[in-house]
Design a protein around this ligand. Structure first.
Ligand code: NAP
Length: 317
């Protein structure tokens, strides 16, 4: 996204895609090839994947850094833009409403765009622990992103909270640059892919503390350690909270889009929703058993673009 929305003069688009992750970029590639003029609005290049240290399960890349993959998605989607006279812009969508059969998209930079159809591909937000010390020490030893901040803790003793793939890949990366890494896993098992678990088990720098929850993060100006729920104090200088994500769909509150019991957007097999012309794809939906994977998001982006194409054809005729 080389430009921001203030450089755009056009205000109406047949399709607006919100989100610049794998689902959004794939939807854009398909939309361009269907010659649907569209605007893709994103605020983080690549979405969550840009923060993944390494990805080993998105074929055909045997192993690729998250940021590198994000750039490849963008380059690929950009190469087709000219086919549809479309644009990518950098901005944050604040609100989506519907008026006179058109969607109205308001952005942080104060722009208003309208569209006949929307594909929402905004991904999910990071969960926090909500324990004493977390808010106060955020950025002072507490981080929710190993890939973004891990390097600043090289040579230090650190901890990672969580037992999923984010925590596992994060701990493995940290073990390359830190002498000691604690993993705080709240149950007696991890959720991470067994292949990561095996690498962790074989890494002498990583100590996994099962059945262990962080109750408090201690330190005044910077993190000095944690106290666990069973009262143990562990000294460390950095704590990475990698405990998963939640859907945040506040921006479409007024549209009346149906969600499931956890707040993920309820989609039909073609990624349409209960609101006509409104489609969703990627981690924000309840599709595909809510398996939050790049390979899945890419497929959903393609399906959503196809359904949006069919929808736009229908309303034209
Ligand atoms: P996740 O799979 O939802 O795992 C979250 C982990 O945090 C679980 O171990 C969970 O424990 C734990 N947790 C949740 N709330 C907690 C709390 N309050 N206190 C302590 N622990 C807590 O999230 P994720 O690891 O971020 O992964 C999300 C998706 O992205 C997954 O589909 C994953 O495969 C994918 N991903 C892939 C890669 C990769 O392949 N490179 C990297 C990152 C993420 P419980 O198990 O007890 O619920």
């Amino acid at each position: 996204m080389s430009k921001n929305t203030s450089s755009l003069t056009q205000t109406h688009f047949p399709l607006i895609i919100i989100g610049a992750g794998p689902a959004g970029y794939t939807a854009s590639i398909y939309a361009s090839r269907y010659k649907i003029q569209h605007l893709l609005i994103g605020n983080i290049l690549g979405g969550q994947i840009s923060k993944a240290s390494v990805i080993e399960n998105y074929p055909p890349f045997k192993s690729i850094k998250g940021y590198e993959l994000a750039l490849k998605f963008r380059e690929h989607a950009e190469s087709f833009l000219q086919h549809s006279g479309s644009s990518f812009v950098f901005d944050t969508v604040k609100k989506v409403t519907k008026k006179d059969n058109r969607f109205v998209v308001e952005t942080q930079l104060g722009k208003h765009f309208t569209a006949d159809a929307i594909i929402l591909a905004i991904g999910v937000k990071k969960r926090q622990l909500n324990v004493p010390g977390e808010a106060k020490l955020m950025g002072k030893g507490v981080s929710t992103c190993v890939t973004c901040d891990g390097f600043f803790y090289r040579g230090k003793t650190v901890g990672v909270v969580g037992g999923g793939d984010s925590a596992a890949t994060g701990a493995l990366y940290l073990a390359e640059i830190c002498p000691k890494v604690y993993m705080f896993v709240r149950r007696d098992v991890m959720r991470a892919e067994p292949i990561w678990q095996e690498k962790i088990k074989n890494n002498p720098k990583i100590t996994v503390l099962y059945n262990t929850e962080v109750a408090e993060i201690i330190g005044d100006q910077k993190v000095e350690g944690v106290i666990t729920k069973d009262g143990k104090k562990i000294d460390l200088e950095g704590l990475f909270i990698e405990i998963g994500h939640y859907p945040d769909i506040g921006i479409i509150e007024e549209l009346g889009v149906r969600t499931d019991e956890e707040g993920y957007i309820a989609v039909n097999p073609d990624m349409s929703t209960n609101v006509k012309g409104f489609f969703a794809a990627g981690d924000i939906t309840n599709a595909n058993n809510k398996f939050k994977q790049i390979a899945v998001a890419v497929g959903e982006g393609a399906v959503a673009a196809n359904a949006a194409f069919n929808y736009l054809q229908r309303i034209k005729s």
